[in-house]
Design a protein around this ligand. Sequence first.
Ligand SMILES: C[S@@+](CC[C@H](N)C(=O)[O-])C[C@H]1O[C@@H](n2cnc3c(N)ncnc32)[C@H](O)[C@@H]1O
Length: 221
Amino acid sequence: MTTNVDFGELQYGWELAYQHQDTEQPLWQEAAIPVIDDAIELLRSAGARSVVDLGCGDGRNLAALVAAGFSCMGVDIAPTGLAHARTTAQPAFLLRADATDIGLIDNSVDAVTCFDVFGQIQDPSSLVREARRILRPGGTLVVNAFTPEDGTYGEGEEIAPHTFAYKDTLFRYYDEDSVRELFSEWEITSLYRRSWDDPPHGDFRPYPHRHDNWIVLATPR
Ligand SMILES: C[S@@+](CC[C@H](N)C(=O)[O-])C[C@H]1O[C@@H](n2cnc3c(N)ncnc32)[C@H](O)[C@@H]1O
């Protein structure tokens, strides 16, 4: 195991991945993440109207949330990803910001979603803290996080336990205890596992692979 990798640099791997994608094709896939229907139902039953999607990328999940009738904002650190989202996720607001320091005022949104991002930022506990800050009391957070049984586990260079640098990006995998620890100041209203097959992602991961996820629904205490 080596530790000489710059975590900060790894965030910018995403921007390069978006810059090198085929402009006709979204980097991930056109379809939203398979758990989006669950998320929409949960957000509706929680009475959410405004949703901020953290790490929205090129906007596939944001587009589904817009289509479901939520008032949406997408936040991402990668400007080229956001430029694609401008066409895919109209009329969502788009904000270029670090998801750990968003600049929205406290208690201002009903719900936060965060898909396929959670294990890919340097300090996930800061993201969780920031989500808590912007959520109104009783608001809802929906995230997924890869488990150690995910099909991509072990790819790239292991830089910390359950943490890999893969093509200049960071991948971290969570066991149940580490998920619960991250949300120790939240009420976890639902925590379950779900797997799905993903198609190739351009040059980034050019082969089909299976993801195994924790799905977390939580409310600030
Ligand atoms: C695997 S992609 C997922 C994109 C999108 N959520 C989806 O499911 O299609 C991860 C995204 O997280 C973004 N990201 C990584 N670190 C970030 C940070 N600190 N703040 C905001 N976005 C970040 C990347 O730019 C990238 O768009």
